[in-house]
Ligand binder design. Structure first.
Ligand code: BGC
Ligand code: BGC
Ligand code: CA
Length: 329
């Protein structure tokens, strides 16, 4: 699967909707057409190499898209892979099945560090490093079809720099997006099934979270069609949240103080799963989506770009690099 930047599919280079804000022209382009065959997820911009890492969860694949050459490489692992994040001292951390593992891409070697949920039928889903380089990752029950699963089977964990595992929350249904405020005093976290973005007081030194409250409520069943399920997210340097709305084909910017929708970007694929800022200036938003759950006919006739990675430019906001996990130090 290779395609060079915007040449890939110029016909989708349109910004389809902005509910507010005029400003520089926004555009959505495909950077990797059909990069994922199942659940494209967990985009992560690797500043050092100007590559975009992302996963194809149920295929067990980790992808690395080089923004300079346009090449998309992948490596296949022997279980589902919920997230990938680079380590400071080399290699990557992955959520592999129910394990947190270190992966050496060149050697194609995986070392399991911790296994969780021993008695449960779960898998790792989204994971990310906090601004101190501590890894946070959560689990979810296995789905019989997308968003259909036994609830409350998941938990949220952190892996400390010394390799210790901590359990922070249990009874989670689909552990998903993670983000931190600019002053590092608030952590945001999504459980997709109650359709809420939660906020916690965050202590960056101890890695403890407390005082859970709801920052954004996606609402009752009547809003599922328009907003879908909150999935992956990121924050911009103005402290606003960008949340991928699974099954609604959009990423919405929310004000986490008021919980209000500020604007949205629409995509030509419904199962938008996650987003991150990247590019040389961290002012491009990269967005993944899933193909799983579509019939071959739906894929061919309605959502031929499902599984693709999109790039949004001209939003007029920026993100910032995520620190790598300091492990094996
Ligand atoms: C296989 C993948 C499969 C995954 C499911 C892996 O062992 O290689 O193709 O989707 O397991 O978790
Ligand atoms: C999970 C999918 C799930 C979706 C729902 C994703 O993070 O990997 O399996 O269907 O969230 O929003
Ligand atoms: Ca996700």
């Amino acid at each position: 699967m290779r395609c060079a930047g915007d040449e890939c599919n110029p016909s989708v280079g349109v910004f389809r909707k902005s509910s507010s804000v005029s400003g520089p022209a926004m555009s959505v382009t495909v950077v990797v057409k059909n990069g994922a065959s199942t659940v494209g997820e967990g985009p992560h911009w690797d500043e050092a190499t100007q590559t975009l890492l992302y996963v194809d969860i149920l295929a067990g694949d980790v992808h690395r898209w080089n923004s300079v050459t346009g090449q998309d490489e992948k490596i296949h692992l022997d279980a589902s892979v919920g997230f990938v994040t680079p380590c400071r001292k080399g290699g990557y951390m992955v959520g592999l099945g129910k394990s947190l593992a270190h992966m050496n891409w060149e050697a194609n070697a995986v070392t399991n560090l911790q296994e969780v949920d021993l008695e449960k039928n779960t898998r790792f889903n989204d994971g990310k490093c906090d601004p101190s380089g501590r890894l946070w990752a959560g689990t979810m029950g296995m789905e019989t079809k997308p968003t259909v699963l036994e609830h409350y089977q998941g938990s949220l964990y952190s892996l400390e720099k010394d390799g210790t595992l901590k359990t922070h929350l249990d009874k989670i249904s689909i552990s998903n997006g993670l983000a931190w405020s600019e002053d590092n005093r608030t952590m945001f976290y999504i459980d997709s099934i109650p359709r809420k973005v939660y906020a916690f007081d965050f202590d960056i030194t101890t890695g403890e979270i407390s005082n859970q409250r709801t920052a954004v409520d996606f609402g009752g069943p009547d809003t599922i069609e328009s907003l879908g399920f909150p999935d992956g997210m990121t924050s911009d340097t103005e402290g606003k949240l960008w949340v991928a709305c699974y099954s609604a084909g959009k990423v919405v910017q929310f004000d986490c103080e008021t919980g209000k929708e500020l604007r949205s970007v629409e995509f030509p694929a419904k199962k938008t799963t996650s987003c991150c800022f990247g590019g040389k200036n961290f002012d491009e938003l990269y967005v993944t989506c899933a193909k799983t759950g579509l019939t071959e006919e739906e894929f061919q006739t309605q959502q031929p770009l499902a599984g693709s990675v999109f790039k949004v430019t001209g939003l007029g906001v920026k993100g910032k690099p995520i620190k790598g996990l300091m492990i094996h130090s």
